[in-house]
Design a protein. Structure first.
Length: 124
């Protein structure tokens, strides 16, 4: 994605991807806190799965436009899908959860970068 001279569509795509990422990060944090407190998840697995499909689609679009952030988004989406499919009592489940917890700050930074780039490009 050429930030030097983006199209209106690319600016909108950056804005929407950034907003989607912020929603994913916030929901992940709510689920993490509920799990830590032994409470049921405030969001159903079906809803999370749908969000991850959106994250993958958005990431794929950004990747197609040449943005490395898109590949990162697709990786996080794939890991989340893996977490949703693995039974909570499996060996892989806590490792996947810890990995996702570790990736969230990077995902937050990606959202911040996308939103600030979209805002900067929109002003030009």
């Amino acid at each position: 994605m050429s930030i030097a001279n983006p199209t209106q569509k690319q600016i909108q795509m950056m804005q929407e991807a950034g907003e989607l990422i912020l929603a994913v990060v916030a929901i992940h944090e709510q689920c993490r806190l509920a799990d830590h407190e032994g409470q049921p998840s405030p969001v159903s697995d079906r809803t999370l799965s749908g969000l991850m499909v959106g994250l993958n689609m958005s990431g794929d679009l950004l990747w197609t436009e040449g943005s490395e952030l898109g590949r990162f988004m697709m990786t996080v989406g794939a890991l989340y899908q893996q977490r949703l499919k693995s039974p909570e009592n499996s060996e892989a489940h806590p490792i996947t959860c810890q990995t996702l917890d570790g990736l969230m700050p990077g995902l937050q930074a990606a959202a911040d970068k996308l939103l600030s780039a979209a805002q900067l490009c929109a002003k030009q």
